[in-house]
Design a binder for this molecule. Structure first.
Ligand code: GLU
Length: 527
């Protein structure tokens, strides 16, 4: 049985008692970052990018930018049986969409490429060979059947399955013989006792006696591909990674990695393990729901900056928490010594609020606003193409005005395409019975509106309209101001509720308002 990572994590935590010695001085280690900063995000393309991955990438990105370093994307695709078609391209697309593009990547290349592990196999084989020659690794010829039996026996006696290191003890001539016979084999790393503690940037002093709980791990599989552990450290070394910032589920692997660095005589990078990202109630973010994938946020009209903002807001690493930070502010306000060991609790119900604030920022930026106008126009055409009676309604200036009037009220462009805003693009329709049922008072009010509109400037002013509408209501004999507004809103939008009548009028413009009121008077020949 193959245990999932979190299962293995919990199992190891309980089996070994990971020794975490947190102390205040230890945690200061990241307050000064020296040298050439190179960090990496190293996902496996066995799935699409989700919020947990985005957060790891983001902390790496802001760390790199804060210290003038490079952010590298490396795809760990050595488990060929679990590759998901399209995931590799999509991960890079999503980082670009999110506004945290890598400086070096499979797509853009760089000085330490290739950035796909499947294209670096020679390097892993060469390193494994080096380990075999220095007797830090050995060939293992145990059959899958034997390993299976070991596992079953361990489980039956209530123990954690582990390899019994049998092939460690093969004589050189036995190894040569089996190799010559072409017996299928793997290469295993010899785990030594006496692991040295390491200082994690976030969790402080840490130590995991890995040899006491695990059998010697495979570093090269029977198919010649490396396992995660070998490929990961080889790449971090050759890509000159200075800091490894990754999820805390990897903290128990770090001692193993450090043993490998030592065996190879390499200087390890500094490690920092990011606390888990969980739902607000402390439960695990579920990838199965499909709604934590970045592509699904993108499809739903979520702005990347809102996603980055909410992800950092629920976590730590900043001197203060405030909503509305953009990437440059995230970089300047980032303080790695403020990253705590507590899990980050993500409240996705707050996402519309984050989106509302960031949408407002975009509307207020002329260049971004132009893009929003284009996007919104396309969405409207798609949703209402056949029903739009007057193309002027989609004029750039008009859409800009609508965006400025509604900023702070809408949390997504999609809101403006929803039924409650359809009146902006499509004239409400009234049946002839509805029109015939209008009282003479209502007809009178309609004609007053037409007059009022004819006296306004081409560009309507909300203040002036508010005053004029109050005066108009006074001219009616029996109807109260509220009732008049209700009638006007109905004629303008077909709705009982919505923005103020003056705002509706400003967003529709004089020609469209007249059209909507005239339609009511036409059957009576008033026009
Ligand atoms: N490929 C690993 C993952 O998908 C990378 C872990 C690490 O950053 O070392 O999480």
């Amino acid at each position: 049985m193959r245990l999932s990572l979190p299962q293995r994590y919990v199992q190891c935590l309980t089996a070994v008692r990971v020794k975490l010695h947190l102390n205040a001085t230890a945690r200061r280690c990241c307050s000064t970052v020296h040298g050439d900063v190179r960090v990496r995000f190293a996902p496996s393309p066995t799935g699409f990018l989700h919020l947990g991955g985005l957060r790891t990438a983001l902390y790496n990105y802001i760390f790199a930018k804060k210290y003038g370093g490079s952010f590298i994307l490396r795809l760990e695709d050595t488990d060929q049986s679990r590759l998901v078609p399209g995931a590799a391209e999509s991960i890079e697309d999503m980082l670009e969409w999110a506004g945290i593009p890598p400086d070096e990547s499979p797509r853009h290349g760089g000085s330490s490429g290739p950035y796909l592990q499947s294209q670096r196999l020679d390097l892993y084989r060469k390193t494994a060979q080096q380990l075999v020659e220095s007797e830090h690794a050995y060939y293992c010829f145990c059959s899958p059947q034997r390993l299976d039996l070991l596992k079953k026996e361990a489980l039956r006696s209530g123990q954690t399955p582990r390899y019994d290191n049998r092939c460690r003890h093969l004589k050189a001539h036995q190894v040569q013989e089996k190799l010559a016979q072409g017996v299928s084999h793997v290469i295993r790393f010899r785990l030594e006792e006496g692991v040295e503690p390491f200082q994690d940037m976030i969790f402080g002093w840490n130590h995991h006696e890995v040899a006491q709980v695990e059998g010697d791990p495979v570093v090269i599989k029977a198919d010649g591909f490396p396992t995660y552990h070998l490929a990961n450290i080889v790449d971090d070394h050759y890509m000159r990674i200075s800091h490894v910032l990754r999820g805390s589920e990897w903290i128990i692997s770090t001692s193993k990695h450090l043993l490998m660095y030592k065996a190879l005589g390499w200087k390890p990078p500094t490690f920092g393990h990011l606390p888990l990202l969980l739902n607000k109630d402390g439960s695990k973010l579920s990838k199965r729901q499909g709604d934590i994938f970045i592509e699904s946020f993108q499809r739903d009209g979520v702005l990347p900056e809102a996603l980055l903002d909410i992800t950092t807001n629920c976590g730590s690493g900043f001197n203060s928490n405030k909503i509305g930070r953009r990437i440059d502010e995230l970089i300047s306000e980032f303080n790695p010594s403020k990253i705590t060991t507590h899990s980050a609790l993500l409240d996705l119900e707050k996402l519309p609020e984050f989106n509302r604030i960031h949408l407002q920022h975009r509307i207020e930026d002329e260049e971004q606003c132009r893009l929003l106008i284009k996007d919104l126009r396309e969405q409207i055409q798609l949703a209402y193409s056949a029903e739009i009676q007057d193309e002027d309604i989609l004029h750039e200036d008009r859409i800009r005005q609508v965006l400025h009037l509604r900023k702070g009220h809408i949390s997504s462009l999609k809101d403006l395409v929803s039924p409650s805003y359809s009146y902006m693009w499509v004239r409400p329709s009234f049946s002839s019975q509805q029109v015939a049922a209008l009282t003479t008072e209502a007809q009178h009010i309609a004609s007053l509106v037409l007059k009022l509109i004819s006296e306004q400037d081409e560009k309507l002013s909300m203040d002036r309209l508010n005053k004029d509408l109050k005066a108009l209501a006074k001219q009616t004999k029996t109807t109260k101001y509220r009732e008049v507004m209700k009638l006007l809103r109905l004629v303008l939008s077909g709705l009982q509720q919505g923005p103020s009548v003056a705002e509706m009028m400003v967003s529709l413009g004089p020609a469209e308002i007249s059209h909507r009121f005239q339609k009511l008077l036409l059957p009576l020949g008033t026009n």
